[in-house]
Design a protein around this ligand. Structure first.
Ligand code: UT7
Length: 334
């Protein structure tokens, strides 16, 4: 019975928004013992955008969403669903509903999805399930993070890596047996959770005798960089190969490799393992650093608006990070 409702997926619009303030590696060398040379050679990052205390996650996410809706030429009132992939909401109860209100997307149901730097890819696959089953036709997927709120600005091993921003795509139902989401694969491994975390730390508070609650705080990001690096260069090629297999495509059919922008060395190593030439690798982390769930849609938006990615191009996207989580989606743009 379900089959008569099945629709395909088209990704019809994208948008991005990053905060105005930009800090380069020289600026960071004024607050921690580091250098432009170390950061550039180890990561490829030159500068990053940082949200001011007046910025909010929901405001930059809403701006990115408006740009994506404009490109897709649909009104906020046409949206059925909004998924906000973020680990840094303005409110722990979620920020998607606030974005729904700011957009005036009165018909849309909205919720947050947490899968750290894999959030955008996980969100794309989640959105696809609602479209394929015929439940929703127009979905807005946003990847947004302001990790600057959660970085220890005295820890040089993490603070140089991250930046803030938001990116969004519009995903729409496609009739006639066409489907531009060609394949995907998602994975998690919680046994390695401790390699990258932004953990809650309980501070017991006794309410009445024998009953205590944990009235704690979140600690800044901690990361075992070498372990996360090893994980990424091994697992990301595997998951892309699996998604390509599901798409029934060989790697030479990939027009663009669009990875979570964590480190240029990871991008290079993954491309080299997959034998994808540098010319097909999308990279913007020199200017933005690692923007977590936002990095893939921001890079996608730039490449589309620069005319690099063209309608019909096949993109292999992969997110990876805390959880640990990782995943890949193979899709055609436009
Ligand atoms: O989105 C989440 C995904 N996260 C990632 O993808 C991160 C993956 N990991 C990485 O990208 C790399 O491991 C880093 C860029 C984080 C670090 O590069 P590395 O080549 O693994 O460096 P390392 O941690 O082995 O550190 C080498 C040295 C150490 O000094 P000693 O012990 O050799 O004297 C560090 O203390 O570099 C030192 N160091 C720094 N020096 C200058 C660490 N951070 C800095 C810094 N400036 N910012």
């Amino acid at each position: 019975m379900l089959e008569q409702f099945q629709a395909g997926i088209a990704i019809t619009g994208c948008g991005a928004c990053t905060p105005q303030a930009s800090v380069d590696n020289f600026g960071l060398s004024q607050i921690v013992e580091t250098s432009d040379e170390w950061i550039s050679t180890r990561t490829g990052i030159k500068q990053r955008r940082l949200a001011s205390p007046d910025d909010s996650l929901s405001a930059i996410a809403t701006s990115a969403a408006i740009n994506a809706l404009e490109m897709a030429a649909i009104a906020p009132s046409d949206l059925d669903l909004i998924i906000l992939a973020t680990s840094t909401p303005d409110d722990l109860f979620g920020s998607a509903s606030l974005i729904q209100a700011q957009l005036g997307a009165t018909r849309a149901v909205a919720f947050d999805l947490t899968a750290a730097c894999s959030g955008f890819v996980f969100g794309m696959v989640t959105a696809a399930q609602f479209i394929r089953t015929g439940v929703y036709r127009n979905v807005l997927l946003i990847g947004a993070d302001v990790l600057s709120r959660w970085v220890d600005w005295s820890d040089r091993s993490t603070c140089v890596l991250f930046g803030d921003g938001a990116g969004a795509v519009v995903m729409q139902a496609l009739e006639g047996g066409c489907d531009r989401l060609l394949g995907f694969e998602l994975r998690s491994d919680g046994t390695q959770n401790h390699f990258l975390s932004l953990a809650y730390q309980a501070q017991p508070q006794e309410l009445i005798e024998g009953v205590s609650v944990a009235k704690g705080i979140y600690h800044p990001i901690t990361m075992n960089g070498q372990e996360v690096y090893r994980f990424a260069v091994k697992r990301v090629p595997e998951v892309i190969e699996k998604a390509l297999f599901r798409a029934n495509l060989s790697v030479d059919r990939v027009d663009w490799l669009l990875l979570h922008q964590a480190n240029q060395r990871i991008l290079d190593a993954v491309a080299s393992r997959l034998k994808i030439p540098d010319t097909k690798v999308i990279s913007n982390l020199a200017n933005y650093g690692n923007t977590s769930a936002a990095s893939i849609p921001i890079a996608l938006d730039q490449a589309v608006r620069q005319g690099k990615i063209k309608p019909g191009d096949t993109i292999a996207a992969s997110g990876f990070g805390a959880g640990l989580t990782w995943g890949a989606a193979i899709f055609q743009w436009g």
